[in-house]
Design a protein around this ligand. Structure first.
Ligand code: SF4
Length: 241
């Protein structure tokens, strides 16, 4: 889909206005602008937990969801319950059409080792496409300093992959900012972070990392894959993500 010129101008204006704004200001703007057409995907990473904490204050009714691939860590699923208890926010599970058992039977075994792009496509991207139908904008928890793809993101941008406006309130935060905020506000977080997992996805594709290693080095370690595809830039009519 091609973003309309007028919409592209509005996005560019908002991005300019909010480029250096605090995360709370960006979220308040998003809630005010998109109302019930705003949604958020979260994998319950440290950054996502910060945004859920902010949303609990600003508007806990923003629809939030988790892409439950069937391969998530038990600690991640437990964190969803802890978030619900603390904030009253019930993050909705969005699941692929097939269970893990059905999927692996269909393909003669798991695909995460041999065709991880297809596995991510089938178990994350396709369900996400369904989950955002009818929404105008989505909130993501990416930080600019995480990957080269994320370095070129904007605070407000057009997401050509999912035909939505994408809002990245923590884009300018560092890892240190995230952890200072979590500790200061006693925000629930995944205990795996304390066991050498700075970035957590599905268990088959997430390894612990050593001291000083890149924080995403444990994601699809040993392969060239760095992203599941949700946050990869796609250039269309002048750019988008
Ligand atoms: S992260 Fe791994 S297990 Fe999860 S959907 Fe992608 S390839 Fe499959």
């Amino acid at each position: 889909m091609i973003v309309l010129q007028s919409q592209a101008e509005e996005i560019a204006e908002a991005n300019e206005l909010l480029a250096d704004a605090p995360a709370e200001t960006i979220l308040r703007w998003a809630v005010r602008t998109y109302r019930e057409k705003l949604t958020m995907a979260t994998a319950f990473g440290a950054e996502g937990c910060c945004i859920l904490h902010l949303l609990a204050e600003i508007d806990p009714n923003v629809r939030t969801f988790n892409l439950d691939t069937g391969y998530q860590f038990a600690e991640t699923l437990e964190l969803r319950e802890r978030i619900r208890e603390r904030y009253g926010i019930e993050v909705e599970y969005i699941r692929p059409e097939s269970t893990v058992a059905e999927y692996e039977a269909e393909h003669g075994g798991p695909l995460y080792n041999i065709r991880p792009d297809q596995c991510c496509h089938d178990r994350k991207i396709l369900p996400l496409r369904q989950a955002v139908v009818g929404y105008d904008a989505w909130i993501s928890a990416i930080r600019r300093d995480q990957t080269n793809h994320r370095a070129v993101a904007g605070v407000v941008q057009w997401d050509a992959k999912f035909n939505l406006v994408k809002i990245n309130p923590l884009l300018n935060w560092t890892r240190k900012d995230v952890w200072s905020f979590i500790l200061k506000n006693d925000i629930p977080y995944n205990p795996l972070h304390d066991r050498g997992y700075p970035s957590i996805g599905c268990w088959p594709c997430t390894a612990s990392v050593g001291e000083g290693e890149d924080e995403r080095a444990g994601r699809w370690a040993g392969s060239g894959k760095k992203e599941c595809g949700l946050h990869v830039v796609e250039v269309e009519d002048g750019g988008g993500i």
